[in-house]
Design a protein around this ligand. Structure first.
Ligand SMILES: Nc1ncnc2c1ncn2[C@@H]1O[C@H](COP(=O)(O)OP(=O)(O)OP(=O)(O)O)[C@@H](O)[C@H]1O
Length: 582
């Protein structure tokens, strides 16, 4: 954007203005019509003022005062303020509807983003910029009408003043030019400045969240080190403020120069009128009309500036929303006979060694297998290649014997119920929290069964409003402990009922008694699916069909719990012997 020429910036703004009017015609047609009619009527007032004033002064000079022009003038002057106010209210009501629409469309687009795109930093940045854009795009249609109205004012005024003095008429029209040029310059400068402000703001907002959110905020308060985070915030906010300050300073200079040039052009128009030998009536009328016109052009400058500043953001919004494909049908594949990682290797971009090397893992329907290994061994990477969030450098992932690479992302994800370590703590109503597990409609009975299977009925059964209970104290709802949140996340997996379950430390925050219940339920229902557990807890591995031991990206051992523990000098025995002594 920083390289945009004035012509490109103007073309961009014209496109943004046209697209906004199209949006308004689609979603706020009534208010668009009302606003346009009011602004058009208002635009004609300065010229009408000239005509009536000239006639009135003429009739007075002739010694025969005429009531028609006086009444006309009274109507024009009387209408100026109310028309402006009502027109403004109408454009605000149009903007409200547009903002709602832009926000809803953005939410739907964000909801359609595939996990592989969500993982990209540029996509998250565009998403945040689009969110910010909705707060400025909503007014563009109204501002476009104001600019068009000011154009009409200038042209009509130029025409009537032309009748009195052509040079003066042209100068009135030319008075638009400095304003347009100044705001074009300002917008180009802002296009360079805003990304810097946005980055600093994003970082400051992130740091602020750490301070004010209950969990990280409490941790910092206990450590007594919140002040360090406050310093980080101060640094970022100061950075942003400096850039903004420079931007406002330059904008002031641009606007001042434009105001001088406009005043000079109007001055020239007045001089041309006085010296042009027009009648006293004509001169008086044109002077009064020109002063009203100056006001309209000042407003136009502001409106034009808003459009030109909003257009880079509007462009990001439209590009982002258009880049998200239409909603694909979300399905859950319940019957999966087998899965396999077949000699899979994977290296992260820029890494000097592979995170997975020639890893082969398989499981059949009804089996429960485990991936174990120390931190950084490659478990999460293996899971991510399995579900398709990472593409193997070599090797294949097979689902029911077929290469999973041939499936679309939603088709592939439909095979899995994935419980990750950083599961969502969604502070919605209880029913909604669990229903998020499955794409389609969900019955209350299904929600209750899922809660029971995940050992969550013990605490949800006591909630004040049943399945309608709001969770999260910040909403005045019921507070839930870490382990209870984990059980709710597991309930989503039960409700989903996919053919393959991948449970990464599913009971890490859960007490031993509930953990035993949860694993016994998982074993009882194992025949319906393939279960892959990632765990560091020895006893949860005991009754599993096969355990794969990963070390530095390689499967170094494979077998049942007892076999692996008995293998002297093996990696598994080394890792878990201490746990077994306890
Ligand atoms: N996004 C990434 N970019 C580069 N390297 C990564 C990335 N994610 C993980 N790694 C590296 O890949 C290796 C395997 O990481 P992985 O997250 O799969 O381990 P893990 O076994 O799941 O560990 P943990 O038990 O801590 O969750 C590690 O050396 C890690 O540093």
């Amino acid at each position: 954007m920083s390289g945009l020429s004035t012509r490109e910036a103007l073309r961009d703004s014209a496109r943004t203005a046209a697209e906004s009017l199209e949006d308004a015609a689609r979603w706020a047609r009534g208010w668009l019509a009302v606003s346009a009619a009011l602004l058009l009527a208002q635009a004609a007032l300065p010229a009408a003022q000239v005509v009536f004033l000239e006639r009135l002064v003429d009739s007075l000079s002739a010694g025969q005062p005429s009531w028609g022009p006086l009444l006309g003038l009274t109507a024009v002057v009387g209408a100026m303020y109310p028309l402006g106010q009502i027109g403004l209210a109408a454009t605000q009501r149009m903007a409200l509807r547009l903002r709602l629409r832009y926000r809803v469309d953005l939410a739907h687009a964000a909801a359609r983003l595939a996990p592989s795109r969500l993982a990209r930093a540029d996509v998250t940045t565009d998403l945040e910029a689009s969110q910010a854009a909705t707060a400025v795009m909503d007014v563009v249609a109204g501002r476009t009408l104001q600019v068009l109205g000011a154009g009409v004012t200038s042209v009509v005024l130029c025409a009537v003043v032309w009748e009195i003095n052509p040079v003066s008429g042209l100068l009135v029209l030319a008075a638009l030019v400095p304003t347009v040029l100044a705001f074009t310059g300002i917008s180009r400068m802002e296009a360079r400045g805003w990304p810097l402000v946005a980055t600093a703001d994003r970082r400051a907002a992130y740091a602020t969240e750490q301070l004010v959110q209950q969990r990280p905020g409490t941790e910092l308060a206990v450590l007594g080190t919140g002040g360090k985070v406050a310093e980080l915030i101060a640094g970022r906010r100061t950075e942003a403020t400096k850039v903004l300050d420079r931007m406002i300073g330059s904008a002031m200079l641009w606007e001042f120069a434009a105001a001088l040039a406009t005043a000079a052009l109007f001055g020239g128009a007045l001089v041309a009128l006085v010296r042009g030998g027009a009648s006293g009536a004509g001169t008086a009328a044109a002077v009064a009309g020109t002063i009203s016109g100056l006001n309209a052009i000042r407003l136009c400058g502001y409106a034009f500036g808003t459009i030109i500043t909003a257009s880079p953001q509007a462009r990001i919004y439209r590009r982002f929303v258009a880049s998200v494909p239409p909603a694909a049908p979300q399905l859950v594949v319940r019957d999966v006979g087998s899965l396999e990682l077949d000699s899979v290797s994977f290296t992260y971009p820029g890494a000097d060694r592979p995170a997975l090397r020639d890893v082969s893992i398989r499981a059949e329907r009804g089996e429960m297998i485990a991936l174990v290994g120390v931190n950084g061994a490659g478990k999460t990477t293996a899971v991510n290649t399995l579900v398709g969030m990472l593409t193997p450098s070599t090797g294949r992932v097979l689902l029911d014997g077929r290469d999973a690479a041939a499936l679309t992302e939603p088709e592939r994800l439909g095979h899995f119920g994935l419980l990750v370590q950083e599961f969502g703590k969604f502070e919605f109503g209880l029913r909604d929290i669990v229903a998020l597990g499955a794409p389609g409609p969900v019955t209350d009975d299904a929600v209750r069964r899922a809660l029971e299977s995940a050992e969550a009925q013990t605490f949800t059964g006591r909630m004040p409003d049943g399945l309608g209970t709001q969770l999260g104290q910040q909403w005045g709802g019921t507070g839930v402990s870490g382990g209870q949140w984990q059980r709710l996340a597991l309930a989503r997996i039960y409700l989903r009922g996919a053919g393959v379950w991948i449970l990464d430390e599913p009971t890490s925050a859960i007490d031993a008694e509930a953990e035993r219940e949860i694993f016994s339920e998982l074993r009882r229902t194992r025949h319906e699916r393939i279960t892959v557990v990632v765990s560091h807890r020895a006893w949860t591995l005991r009754e599993l069909d096969r355990i794969y031991v990963l070390d530095e990206g390689v499967v170094v051992q494979e077998g049942r719990y007892d076999e692996l523990l008995a293998a002297d000098g093996g990696r598994f025995a080394e890792m878990f012997r201490d746990q077994m002594k306890k």
